[in-house]
Design a protein around this ligand. Structure first.
Ligand SMILES: [Zn+2]
Length: 110
């Protein structure tokens, strides 16, 4: 009698193990199918992109504009050329004030 009970327990454990295994396999298959579906979607999207808009990758590759630096004729400070103030002789200054000071100095000197 003890032997029969033991046999039933072993059988039950075996069945339980097999069910667990089946569950795991099923779950793994579902995950694989989901991954496959995702890959297919991505491929379809990539195909649609390549056939439609071309050169999309080059959009983000634009290098930032490099500005020319110039030196102020009065104080020697270096600053972007777009902020330069020039006088009638073509001299470059960092500000309107330095242009004025330079002109005043020039007119004062003999
Ligand atoms: Zn200056």
């Amino acid at each position: 009698m003890k032997f029969v009970i033991l046999l039933i327990i072993v059988l039950a454990v075996l069945v339980w193990f097999q069910r667990l295994k089946k569950n795991l396999v099923e779950r793994a298959r579902q995950a694989t199918q989901a991954a496959e579906q995702y890959r297919r979607n991505a491929e379809a999207a990539a195909a649609a992109n390549s056939s439609g808009a071309t050169g999309q990758a080059s959009v983000g590759g634009a290098s930032p504009q490099v500005e020319t630096m110039v030196a102020c004729a009065h104080c020697g400070l270096h600053f972007p050329a777009s902020e330069a103030v020039t006088d009638h002789s073509g001299a470059i200054f960092c500000s309107e004030e330095h242009r004025r000071l330079q002109v005043a100095e020039r007119t004062r000197a003999p």
